[in-house]
Design a protein around this ligand. Structure first.
Ligand SMILES: Cc1cc2nc3c(=O)[nH]c(=O)nc-3n(C[C@H](O)[C@H](O)[C@H](O)COP(=O)(O)OP(=O)(O)OC[C@H]3O[C@@H](n4cnc5c(N)ncnc54)[C@H](O)[C@@H]3O)c2cc1C
Length: 180
């Protein structure tokens, strides 16, 4: 990236983009759903793009739909929507837990989410100097592993080597966990 940027020529002024709100729809809570229709991708859950989760979640939903269809289910919508809810839960927990740290979000995370968010930020900073932790952290961010895997005692010990710091200024100024 550094090499590329060294030779790059700016062709226009920088512009900013805004993403007003993350949206999750709970179709799994409906008692009935019209037959012949399903919802997938951003139409089901639209994430803050800064965490880079939308395509990964949409791909996982497509895989789930394939697997459910193979079982020739009696109630496709119920099986599919309950399955995707579990897929979305993981990504949503990571993204929303972080977004709610910002006062502008207008809502507060639950005590449990706040505590886990503080731990994730600590793990993020520790990952910068610990390759084992960095690998585990990236797996969670890229939805390959559940966030709970970061609570493995061996990893917790590594995370605790860096001091806790909850203010947003300590996350390198980017203000988000993913940092990309
Ligand atoms: C700035 C930004 C950066 C992102 N970065 C990442 C990333 O790094 N990693 C990641 O995993 N995800 C990322 N995402 C999220 C990702 O782009 C989306 O989650 C993903 O594209 C959702 O796919 P989709 O098929 O559900 O919707 P879309 O890709 O939005 O596709 C919907 C399609 O439907 C078409 N359409 C809409 N209305 C109609 C209509 N009435 N009739 C016919 N066609 C219609 C649209 O033109 C569009 O082509 C990013 C999103 C943004 C905005």
């Amino acid at each position: 990236m550094a090499n590329f940027l060294t030779g790059a020529v700016r062709t226009s002024e920088p512009t900013s983009t805004r993403f007003p709100v993350s949206i999750r729809k709970h179709y799994e809570s409906l008692h009935a759903f019209p037959s012949g229709y399903l919802v997938i991708g951003d139409a089901l859950c639209s994430f803050n793009p800064v965490y880079g989760q939308g395509m990964s979640v949409a791909a996982a939903e497509a895989e789930l739909l394939r697997d459910v269809l193979r079982t020739d289910p009696h109630d496709l919508a119920t099986e599919y929507f309950h399955g995707v809810a579990r897929i979305i839960d993981t990504a949503w927990t990571v993204a929303i837990g972080r977004d709610l740290q910002f006062p502008e979000a207008g809502a507060k995370p639950s005590a449990q989410a706040a505590e886990f968010g503080a731990y994730l930020r600590r793990a993020y900073r520790a990952s910068a100097v610990d390759a084992t932790l960095g690998t585990a952290f990236l797996k969670v961010l890229n939805l390959v592993a559940e966030p709970q895997t970061l609570l493995d005692p061996a990893l917790v010990k590594r995370v605790m080597t860096v001091p806790a710091a909850d203010d947003l200024s300590t996350t390198g100024g980017s203000g988000h966990v993913a940092g990309h």
